[in-house]
Design a protein around this ligand. Structure first.
Ligand code: NDP
Length: 312
């Protein structure tokens, strides 16, 4: 009988089979299993899940690490997780690349007035608008983590006038960085295209509200790729109605899927995508997780370790 430690995967099984290939190739000493084929529960040492099973401590008494199969951990109910269990979020190159592509596309679309041209086309209206250079367009990113930083680097390389905002001070070459509630007004006052790449926490819930929109220059636009509950829907609709905001590109909503008949579906100044800005790429994700298992075994710091106090 084998005594191999079990790595249990509880997420999309199709992607799980790709993880399994990487594990079989690179970590034959680990028994990789896909939920619900849990094997001997006492041997389950590692779990990767989008939604962990209830009563984790009781079901898997020897669990050492919990990985989120996605970049966020807001779907976890920390109050029911064993208090000492390390939780690791997904930081992998595939997610970063997907987000850089999505946000760059959204920013270029807004910068080059494409929402307006799409509306004009529907009206058979041939009306050129003055083209502004990227250097004249002030773009700001809320959240300077693995995604916000990569997005800013790409936007900067396209020549945009960029700034960032985070909880603690950051330094990014060529990008003025603001921090904390006291740094927010100056950041907002200069930002014409606002990108939200914040995790969902108590502090960021409802942050995208009327008061925040009012601090942006009139006619600014929003790209929301964080989490749905960060946006106060009624305040967005009011800001679009008054012209304080010109356009919104939303990849996340609350709830998801967005219910039928919701005003966002048909709003002429809202562009919706179904939470596809970026996705965990199974092959690179499995590599990153294997690297973290090695770190765990050697006592090195884990990449993407969640600080439960902060909530991300
Ligand atoms: P990180 O944890 O690497 O970075 C989070 C950033 O947000 C940090 O810079 C942090 O500040 C900042 N932050 C957190 N709380 C606050 C606050 N209260 N005030 C100001 N700044 C704050 O996360 P990632 O970059 O990997 O991911 C960010 C989020 O993107 C995810 O949590 C998820 O919600 C979303 N996402 C969306 C996807 C989609 O498809 N739509 C896909 C993947 C992720 P500091 O650096 O000071 O700690």
């Amino acid at each position: 009988m084998t005594s191999k430690p079990i790595f249990l995967y509880k997420s999309d099984p199709v992607r799980g089979r790709l993880w399994a290939e990487v594990f079989h190739r690179q970590a034959p000493h680990i028994d990789f299993r896909i939920w619900p084929d849990i094997g001997d529960a006492e041997r389950v040492r590692y779990l990767a899940a989008w939604v962990p099973p209830p009563d984790l401590a009781h079901q898997f008494p020897n669990l050492e690490l919990l990985f989120s199969s996605g970049a966020g951990v807001d779907q976890f109910d920390f109050s029911v997780l064993p208090p000492a269990l390390p939780v690791v979020r997904m930081v992998e190159p595939g997610i970063v690349q997907g987000m850089v592509e999505y946000v760059t596309h959204a920013v270029l679309d807004l910068h080059r007035d494409m929402p307006r041209y799409r509306r004009q086309q529907r009206e058979q209206c041939w009306q050129p608008l003055q083209v502004r250079t990227a250097a004249e367009r002030r773009v700001g990113v809320l959240g300077l983590g693995s995604l916000g930083t990569a997005v800013l680097q790409q936007l900067r390389s396209l020549g945009f006038d960029c700034a960032g905002w985070s909880r603690t001070p950051h330094e990014i070459e060529g990008v003025p960085c603001h921090a904390g509630p006291e740094g927010l007004p100056a950041f907002l006052a200069r930002t014409e295209i606002l990108i939200c790449l914040l995790p969902l926490t108590e502090a960021t819930q409802g942050l995208l509200n009327a008061s925040l929109f009012a601090q942006l220059p009139p006619g600014a636009s929003l790209v929301q790729v964080g989490r749905g509950p960060q946006l106060v829907e009624a305040d967005l609709l009011a800001a679009l109605a008054s012209g304080q905001l010109a356009e919104a590109c939303l990849d996340v909503t609350d709830p998801e899927p967005l219910p039928a008949g919701h005003p966002f579906w048909t709003h002429p100044h809202i562009r919706l995508t179904p939470h596809i800005a970026s996705m965990t790429q199974p092959l690179s994700a499995a590599e990153v997780v294997l690297d973290n298992l090695l770190r765990h075994a050697t006592g090195a710091p884990l990449l993407g370790l969640v600080d439960r106090q902060r909530g991300y």
